[in-house]
Design a protein around this ligand. Structure first.
Ligand code: SF4
Ligand code: SF4
Length: 416
């Protein structure tokens, strides 16, 4: 492996992880390879513990929800690397406990961002996924609750145990849709069934911008909750069905307000499943920033509010989108953005992703409450995110009403 000179920052195409400034550049490895391919890399882990804290940040704040809740080395990345190596060298056999450790993780990748070994920094996320996929092959994954929601995704096209026929119930009559539009707003399951205010605000923003767009009558789960729990082949089939629907309905561009859908459609479909759909995928803040920069979007109302912004893992560390949401929010008149100590690549995960919320409820709530307390310390009135799943998680875990959880789309709507 040839190392190049140190660079300030690197974005790996299709991988999206922004490097910490101190990590040396490296030859790009392949993604989506099996454990054998990565075996010399995960053995490089020195068990130094650097992945537990935000590297070189003031106070070295903790970043790994799994390790902090589990309070045992196996739950941090260093421990998972050692277990992966032991499994891959036949020193360890698959057991339910081993599978449990790899599922007790939000796959937030805060750990990989801190590790200063470039190969681990950039690729540990690959073998964390492969270990889940291996657990599924061994019949030890997914976790029982994930199995139940997967059955509903396959039957009713959503993981919320809801009916597919009810998916568009949120859609108000005043939304103008252009049924032959080439642009689709992909709503996603969480906004369709649980956080419908995000779907309504996004559709109203698109209407206010006079954008020709449609919402697919047969929209269905993107497959993220299935893929992230190691069920790659089932998720690939869902992806193939979705791409068929996109093609049959003439979709050339998709906007989504969900971080998980964005990552799945933009990265997982082409780069993991090899399904090169050729459709442009944008996350809502990227689209709004483009419109602001072209003077097509203007904020006319003042929204006097002190806010803090939570980076969703699936657009942040997974896809490198940190600045567009901040740029949109700070252009709203009257909005004051106060950052939490752990922000951007150091953000503490909300605790809902990768099947954790369904299967490890106490761990998931612990992670959310930690983030909510951090948000309250900023004195902000609202904790903003750009993902309905983060929003849903924060709403479920704010107990005292001292701070409000909102989505970026809802704040933008107030300013129109
Ligand atoms: S993954 Fe990196 S930071 Fe974590 S223990 Fe191993 S070498 Fe250290
Ligand atoms: S992905 Fe997140 S939860 Fe999992 S080990 Fe890394 S920091 Fe901890």
């Amino acid at each position: 492996m040839v190392r190049k000179k140190r660079m300030k920052e690197k974005y790996i195409e299709g991988k999206g992880i922004l490097n910490v400034v101190t990590v040396p550049d490296m030859e790009t490895l392949d993604r989506n390879k099996d454990l054998e391919y990565y075996k010399d890399i995960f053995y490089q882990c020195g068990k130094c513990g650097t992945c537990r804290t935000a590297y070189q940040e003031n106070g070295w704040p903790r970043v790994c929800p799994s390790g902090e809740y589990g309070k045992f080395e196996a739950y941090y990345l260093g421990g998972k690397n050692l277990l992966t190596w032991a499994k891959n060298t036949d020193k360890l056999k698959w057991t339910p406990n081993l599978a449990h450790i790899f599922y007790h993780c939000t796959l937030c990748l805060a750990c990989t961002n801190q590790c200063q070994i470039p190969e681990i920094h950039n690729y540990a996320g690959e073998w964390l996924m492969r270990m889940r996929e291996e657990a599924v092959k061994q019949g030890l994954g997914p976790m029982p609750e994930q199995d139940i929601y997967t059955a509903n995704v396959l039957r009713e096209k959503n993981p919320y145990m809801e009916k597919h026929d009810d998916r568009l119930k949120w859609l108000p009559k005043n939304i103008d849709l252009t049924h032959d539009a080439k642009l689709a707003y992909f709503v996603g399951c969480t906004s369709s069934y649980r956080e419908q205010s995000v779907a309504i605000a996004t559709a109203e923003i698109l209407n206010a911008l006079n954008v020709d767009f449609k919402i697919l009558k047969d929209e269905r789960c993107c497959g993220s909750p299935v893929y992230m729990t190691g069920q790659k082949e089932k998720a690939r089939k869902i992806a193939e069905e979705n791409i068929t629907i996109f093609k049959e309905t003439g979709v050339e561009k998709i906007i989504t307000s969900c971080a998980g859908c964005y990552r799945t459609l933009k990265d997982t479909y082409p780069n993991i499943f090899g399904l090169d759909h050729g459709i442009e995928i944008m996350h809502l803040p990227e689209f709004l920033l483009e419109k602001l920069n072209n003077d097509e979007l203007k904020f006319t109302k003042e929204v006097n509010m002190k806010i803090t912004y939570h980076d969703p893992c699936h657009i942040g560390r997974h896809m490198g989108i940190y600045e567009p949401p901040r740029e949109v929010l700070t252009k709203i008149p009257g909005v004051e953005l106060i950052e939490m100590d752990r922000n951007r690549h150091n953000a503490w995960c909300c605790g809902s992703g990768a099947g954790v919320r369904s299967s490890f409820k106490d761990f998931s709530a612990y992670a959310a409450k930690e983030r909510i307390e951090e948000a309250k310390e900023t004195t902000a009135e609202a904790l903003l995110s750009a993902c309905p799943f983060c929003l849903n998680q924060f709403k479920a875990n704010i107990e005292d009403g001292e701070i409000t959880a909102l989505d970026l789309s809802e704040l933008v709507k107030k300013a129109l």
